[in-house]
Design a protein around this ligand. Structure first.
Ligand code: ARG
Length: 283
């Protein structure tokens, strides 16, 4: 099963058992999902990634874990074929890890688990930007966990306090486009975290209420292309203004569980950022 290179890969989970059975964030509407629509939306996302030159790895969903489709949350790439495995805060999601753990091992990854007392929800909560790790705190990860996790990476950390239930994960309200440009929803963060971002980011740009609620911040940057939930024309125009191409998809069924494009996409090396659009052409 082992492949020669981990570059340009993402991991997605086929949503054969995607449902909303419980409510652990305010977006979740129990019983609201149309399974066929969800599968069609997901298939389209996979083919868009393939068109962009990404190799899409697929894990099958276990029927007991309806949120297992959110592959971004499962782990963080530490280096080539090395994964830091997540530990979910809510008991409803804790069992997902075992399936991802096995998948990573079967595909030749070294897996570093977290001790049971630490919580982290992978790319949902932690983003790499410049030489920093940006970690969202408050709902799913706490400062103590984040500080221990930061030691695993040799990077400076920006801890950001998430202030609103709807923005329970960092990737619902912040998206780094490149080393100069970060989009965020100001009201999602505490005042001191907003100041912290303002002091560090050269172009810090706000996402408005309407678009953030349409999961605009949950976009994925693939080279010089940004894959985005449709209906976010304001953000799309701004992203294009920085020299990126926008590809829109519709993953609205997944938004009923509080997740969008980014949440569905596990990074196996395909999403690693470089400096600007012009340096990122790879198609
Ligand atoms: N229902 C899931 C939860 O609340 C959604 C997770 C979405 N993932 C994300 N990276 N925002 O845990």
């Amino acid at each position: 099963m082992k492949k020669s290179t981990a570059h340009h890969q993402v991991l997605l989970c086929r949503p054969n058992h995607f449902r909303v059975d419980y409510q652990i964030n305010p977006w979740m509407q129990v019983g609201s999902v149309d399974p066929q629509k969800a599968l069609a939306q997901w298939n389209n996302l996979v083919s868009q990634y393939q068109k962009l030159g990404l190799e899409v790895e697929i894990i099958e969903q276990n029927e007991k874990y309806p949120d297992m489709v959110f592959a971004a949350d499962q782990g963080l790439l530490l280096g080539d074929r090395s994964i830091l495995l997540s530990n979910f805060k809510h008991p409803e999601r804790r069992g997902e890890g075992e399936f991802y753990h096995n998948w990573y091992l079967d595909h030749g990854y070294k897996v570093t688990p977290l001790t049971q007392d630490l919580y982290l929800e992978g790319g949902g909560e932690l983003q790499r930007w410049r030489n920093y790790l940006i970690i969202g705190l408050g709902f799913r990860t706490d400062l103590r966990s984040a500080q221990k996790i930061a030691k695993v990476f040799d990077k400076e950390v920006l801890y950001l306090e998430l202030d609103k239930q709807q923005f329970y994960h960092l990737d619902t309200c912040l998206m780094a486009l490149n080393k100069d440009v970060v989009f965020y929803h100001r009201e999602a963060f505490s005042a001191s975290s907003v100041r912290e971002l303002q002091s560090k980011v050269p172009h810090l740009i706000e996402i408005d209420d309407t678009e953030v609620a349409n999961f605009a911040a949950n976009s994925v940057v693939v080279g010089s292309t940004v894959v985005m939930q449709e209906g976010n024309s304001h953000l799309a125009r701004q992203v294009e203004g920085f020299g990126y191409r926008v590809v829109t998809v519709d993953v609205r069924e997944f938004m009923k569980a509080g997740g969008g494009v980014h949440c569905l996409t596990g990074d196996l090396g395909g999403l690693t950022q470089s400096d600007s659009a012009s340096q990122k052409q790879r198609q």
